[in-house]
Design a protein around this ligand. Sequence first.
Ligand code: UDP
Ligand code: MG
Length: 310
Amino acid sequence: MKQVTVLIPCYNEEKSLPLLHEQLCAVMDSLSHYTWQVLLVNDGSRDNTLAVARELRTKDERICFIDLSRNFGKERAMLAGFDHAKGDCMVIMDADLQHPPTVIPEMLKYWEEGYDDVYARRNSRGKESWLRRKLSLTYYKLLQKASNTDVLQNVGDFRLLDRKCIDAITQMRECERYTKGLFSWIGFRKKEITFDQKDRIAGESSFNIFKLFSLAIQGITSFTTAPLKMATLLGFIVSIAAFIYMCYVLVKTIICGDPVQGYPTLVILILFLGGVQLVSLGIIGEYLGRIFNETKGRPVYFIREKEGID
Ligand code: UDP
Ligand code: MG
C-alpha cells in the first residue's frame, strides 16, 4: 500500500489544528487504499499547539509530530518535515485551513498519472489587503525575470511532491531557504491545479509586512545575482557620466578661467554619488550576510521532541 505524508508546519495553531484534523480525517477515510502519515511540525509555538498535537495523536495513530527547539520559521520547519516524511509522496499544507483538504484527492489522481509535483494555484486570494496583493504580483514578475527560475505567482507551498522531489529538496541544506524557489529549481514533471483559497480559520497570520519583505529579499538573494550586476552597471554609468562632466569642467576652467562657483553642483554630485555607493554597498552587504550565515554551516533546525517518528 502506498503511503502519503501530509506535512503541516504549525506556529500558534492551537485553534485551527482540531478543525483541520476533522476535515483531513474525512479525506483520509475516503481514500483508505493509502496509508497516511500526518506530520505536524511545531515550530516553537507560544500557545498550546504542542499539547493539542499530543492529544490528537492519542486519538489518531496516523498523526505524528516534531517539536522544534524554537521558532525557526516556516521555511526551516518545512525542511524538518521533509527530513522525516516517510511517504511515497507528500502533501504540504498550512494549518489554518486556507488550503482545503478536499483538493488532496485531485492531487493524488495526478500523482498516480505520473506527475512528480502537483502544485495548487489559488483562484482567489481570500481576504487580503489590496497592497499586499499588488506587491506580491509585481514581486513575482520581477523575480521571474531576474532569476531564470519559474517562481510562479499565486502558487504557495500547497502541493503534492513525489518521493523523488522530497529527496531532492532534502539535499539542499542551505540555512537561508526560499522553498518556493527550490520547488521550481529542482524541476521534475509538474502539474498545475487550481483551488479557492479560504480565509484563515482561527488565529492570526504570522507573516506581517516586514516578514514578507524579508522573505522577498530572501527569494531574490538566493535565486539571482542580478542586483549585484545592476550595482556594477550603475557604477559604470555613473563613472562614465562623471568622466564626461570632468572633461567639461576641465575644459571650461582652462578656457574661462576659474571663478569660484558651482557649490550647488558639488553638493548634488557628492550626495548623488554617496547615495549610489551606499545602495551598492547595501546590495553587496545583503549577499555577504547570507554568505556569512551559510559558511557557518550550522544545522538548519533542532528537534526537542518527536513522537511517532523514528
Ligand atoms: N508557520 C510556521 N512558522 C512560522 C510562521 C508560520 O510554521 O514561523 C506556519 C503556520 O502555522 C501556517 C503556515 O506556516 O501553517 C502559514 O502561515 P500563515 O497562515 O501565518 O501565513 P499566510 O497564510 O498569512 O501567508
Ligand atoms: Mg495562512
